[in-house]
Design a protein around this ligand. Structure first.
Ligand SMILES: CC(C)(COP(=O)(O)OP(=O)(O)OC[C@H]1O[C@@H](n2cnc3c(N)ncnc32)[C@H](O)[C@@H]1OP(=O)(O)O)[C@@H](O)C(=O)NCCC(=O)NCCS
Length: 331
């Protein structure tokens, strides 16, 4: 089969207004601004107001994207939403977004890849363009992590924020490279280190599961840290080696924003100039599936990227899931 090349033609993001600083946590938890910043690189994050769901953040980001691209929602063929905080089990967040933006001709589905959800969704969406069956595919990474972190658990609640990012995929023109390669991985043996036990088939919601805090994120931070450092650094290095790209040819490295020290380890391993690394963890913390498209959207707004620039995306998250995407910026 003759596969078509796929490119990103528009990008956007949305973050809720409410800013929560590390100092704000000092009022309710045994923690400090210094501890959080030194261990993670986070200074503040955004939280939704009560009652605001993931689909709402995604829909706001998407409406802006459609305006930027100058197309109508009815032109979209497919909506893929990477998220671990869907508004509900069903209907899918993709269906809720479709309704909110009026994308009447699109089908869609949610994809559960945790912090790698956006990269998994990007690779998946690009296959529909490559096969020639779809022309406009929306790939969303969005999470409302405040809905699943225990506000009394200082080891997790300070790490996360809420947000949404979105890109549009379309066929590349002749001579454009667009998405060049991706490497995606999973290792289910890592599931025990980062998970949410409640709410699914094994532990359906009950007074007992709520009492036992089973509907919150459970994390062995030290182990996640160790695997994340290795996984993200190795896969980023691997995609450059595989495509014979010298590190100094990369214009922008966009790592998942979970911990500044994990990012720095990957940057050291890749021997990439730290000035070419997208970092916004200080402002938004870990928004799970949204971190990478938010970084891309900020880079586009700041005009950091020009047509033909090489970009490497990399992620690591629950599952474990991890991966990297190499692309040529064609906007
Ligand atoms: C969570 C993380 C920041 C903790 O940093 P760390 O340097 O490993 O810290 P530790 O877990 O060893 O904890 C050290 C101490 O600080 C305490 N601590 C944890 N959170 C704290 C907080 N918010 N404020 C103050 N102290 C805190 C711990 O209880 C521990 O105390 P103890 O020694 O008395 O038991 C770090 O492990 C991490 O970032 N892990 C990866 C998380 C991640 O990326 N998750 C998303 C996956 S994509």
């Amino acid at each position: 089969m003759n596969l078509r090349r796929t490119k990103i033609t528009a990008v956007s993001h949305y973050l809720p207004e409410r800013r929560v600083t590390n100092k704000d946590f000092e009022k309710t938890l045994d923690t400090s601004d210094q501890w959080i910043f030194d261990r993670t690189g986070i200074r503040e994050r955004r939280f939704v107001e009560k009652g605001v769901g993931t689909s709402s953040l995604a829909a706001i980001a998407t409406k802006q994207l459609l305006e930027r691209r100058g197309i109508k929602a009815g032109e979209l063929d497919l909506i893929i939403v990477g998220t671990v905080t869907p508004d509900m089990f069903f209907p899918s967040t993709a269906c809720l977004v479709q309704e909110k933006i009026g994308a009447k001709n699109a089908w869609g589905f949610d994809l559960s890849g945790a912090c790698s959800g956006f990269l998994y969704a990007l690779a998946t969406g690009s296959q529909f363009i490559a096969a020639g069956t779809h022309k406009k595919v929306l790939v969303i990474g969005a999470d409302v992590m405040t809905s699943i972190v225990d506000p009394e658990d200082r080891t997790t609640c300070v790490l996360f924020g809420d947000g949404a990012g979105v890109v549009l995929l379309e066929p590349a023109e002749d001579g454009e490279k667009g998405i060049i390669d991706f490497i995606l991985k999973a290792d289910g043996s890592g599931g025990q280190f980062l998970y949410m036990p409640g709410g699914g088939r094994l532990n359906p919601a009950s007074a007992e599961t709520v009492k036992k805090k089973m509907h919150f994120v459970h994390q062995d931070g030290k182990n996640v840290f160790k695997y994340a450092v290795r996984g993200m650094a190795e896969v980023s290095h691997e995609i450059l080696e595989k495509n014979a790209i010298p590190p100094d040819s990369v214009r922008l490295y966009v790592p998942h924003q979970a911990n500044l020290r994990i990012i720095q380890a990957a940057v050291d391993r890749m021997k990439i100039d730290p000035a070419r690394v997208a970092i916004n963890i200080d402002k938004f913390a870990n928004t799970t599936a949204a971190t990478i498209p938010i970084c891309l959207s900020e880079a586009a707004e700041n005009k950091t990227l020009k047509k033909g620039d090489l970009v490497v995306l990399a992620s690591f998250g629950a599952g474990f899931t991890w991966g990297s995407v190499l692309l040529s910026w064609e906007m």
